[in-house]
Design a binder for this molecule. Structure first.
Ligand SMILES: Nc1ncnc2c1ncn2[C@@H]1O[C@H](COP(=O)(O)OP(=O)(O)OP(=O)(O)O)[C@@H](O)[C@H]1O
Ligand SMILES: [Mg+2]
Length: 431
């Protein structure tokens, strides 16, 4: 897929370099753009990266079209300048509150005895026909598990013999209106959308290691406006979720609780903030700049600050824990949690997560990218780093290209016999 519209800034090469891709992480606090390619024998190489403080975007939703367009244009221009080329299409992340997982199981009869590509396609089409929510666009369609004549756990049934073929499909979807606005904003920047990837799915590619992906792991991307989660097992994405709470909420709580301006609260959070109490919290004081010119600088105890920070982060983890439990993935998700995103850098976040989830927790930094600038290699760039690794790797997504944002219902097709089950309790039913 050619991504070039022209040469470098100020003219230059128009040589076709079809393997170069560009990705965009539209965040609440910053928008990041990475440009790179797969280097034979070495891995993904970043040839240009840039970011810009965000405006007009909140939890993956465009709230001010012009401001968002300005931010995206600047982030892309910085990456293009660093890469020395201009891009014309881009892969973008999706991290909205509407991000959701659906599991659909279909079982069909087929006439030929040996399973071929067309049989897989027909079964996948049947699951698509069952997905009947015009207000949601499918971002990922992932066959998790094939069944042949009732035999479960088949990775790839092609070349095998049988009469009934079934599949457990995992659809990751988001609200179509939100995606349309995001797509429109990116198109206003004269960029074509090459694809959309759910943020925590992408972040997994940047920060998780093979053992975690095999044994089961939950990735939690803690951003400024949104916290998203993805559960991986047997190297497949099996569940995603998102809640509209992030580091910005912690900052607002501090500003309100300590009666200090928002910018001061952000600084206080980074310097003194912790989700864990310490014995000296009662005696240590935190200087709080005044709200207006009339007020004077005042001090509050560290104990008060820790209480404010802890209660918000605790609530965030508890909501996620309860949602995982409601979806039935508690033990299925393995014994490990990886926190990433800028807000994961909060002191004490790891220990608090260990306490609430009862699992081993670590911070995930992007790894395995060549040429990534030091300033963009922290957990806050895990989504951008993961996006580029994701699109340059060969994933088992049954739908290629950008999602259908038309809002049309997928036409119901007829297939021979078989049963269809949809279950929110998919994990309970299948494992
Ligand atoms: N050292 C730190 N301690 C605590 N919080 C931090 C620290 N560094 C960054 N943060 C917080 O991380 C958040 C930004 O994270 P990130 O860059 O991942 O968000 P984003 O991708 O822009 O937003 P989102 O994904 O929510 O749309 C901010 O709320 C910021 O306050
Ligand atoms: Mg983010």
């Amino acid at each position: 897929m050619a991504l070039f519209s022209g040469g470098p800034f100020g003219g230059g090469s128009r040589l076709a370099q079809p393997d170069i891709v560009a990705v965009l992480d539209v965040g609440t606090s910053k928008v990041a753009c990475f440009i790179g390619h797969m280097e034979a024998g070495s891995g993904v190489r970043i040839i240009g990266a840039g970011f810009h403080a965000s405006a007009g975007l909140k939890a993956g939703v465009v709230v001010d079209m012009e401001a968002a367009e300005y931010t995206i244009r600047h982030a892309v221009a910085k990456a293009e300048k660093a890469a020395g080329l201009a891009i014309s299409s881009i892969y973008v992340n999706v991290s909205t509150r509407s991000l959701k997982s659906h599991h659909i199981n279909v079982d069909t009869k087929f006439s030929s005895a040996e399973v071929a590509d067309r049989d897989l396609k027909r079964v996948i089409d049947a699951t698509l026909a069952e997905f009947n929510e015009p207000q949601r666009a499918i971002l990922h369609a992932l066959p998790l598990n094939w069944t042949l004549d009732g035999e479960r756990g088949i990775r790839d049934p092609r070349g095998m013999f049988g009469n009934n073929l079934g599949v457990d499909m995992h659809f990751v979807t988001a609200n179509v209106g939100v995606l349309r606005n995001l797509a429109h904003c990116i198109e206003r920047c004269h960029l074509r959308i090459a694809g959309m990837v759910a943020s925590p799915y992408a972040a997994g590619d940047a920060v998780l290691v093979d053992d975690e992906l095999d044994l089961g792991v939950t990735l939690i991307d803690m951003g400024a406006g949104i916290t998203t989660a993805a559960v991986f097992r047997d190297r497949a994405l099996v569940f995603t979720d998102a809640i509209g709470v992030g580091g910005k909420n912690v900052t607002s709580d501090i500003a309100r609780g300590l009666t200090t301006p928002w910018e001061a609260a952000e600084r206080i959070k980074a310097i003194y903030g912790s989700a864990l109490e310490s014995p000296t919290d009662d005696t240590q004081m935190v200087p709080c700049p005044p709200m207006g010119a009339q007020d004077e600088l005042h001090e509050e105890t560290l104990c008060m600050l820790t209480g404010i920070v802890r209660s918000r982060v605790e609530e965030t983890f508890e909501i996620l824990r309860d949602r995982f439990a409601a979806a039935g993935i508690g033990n299925f998700a393995g014994r490990r949690i990886v926190l990433t995103g800028g807000a994961a850098q909060l002191s004490g976040a790891v220990q608090l997560a260990e306490y609430i989830f009862g699992k081993r927790v670590r911070i995930g930094q992007p790894h395995g990218l060549l040429g990534l600038p030091d300033t963009m290699s922290g957990p806050d760039f895990a989504v951008a780093a993961g996006l580029i690794k994701h699109v340059l790797s060969d994933k088992s997504d049954a739908i290629a290209g950008p999602p259908d944002l038309s809002g049309r219902r997928i036409r119901k097709r007829h297939y021979a016999g078989g049963s269809v089950t949809r279950s929110l309790k998919w994990f309970k039913d299948n494992f």
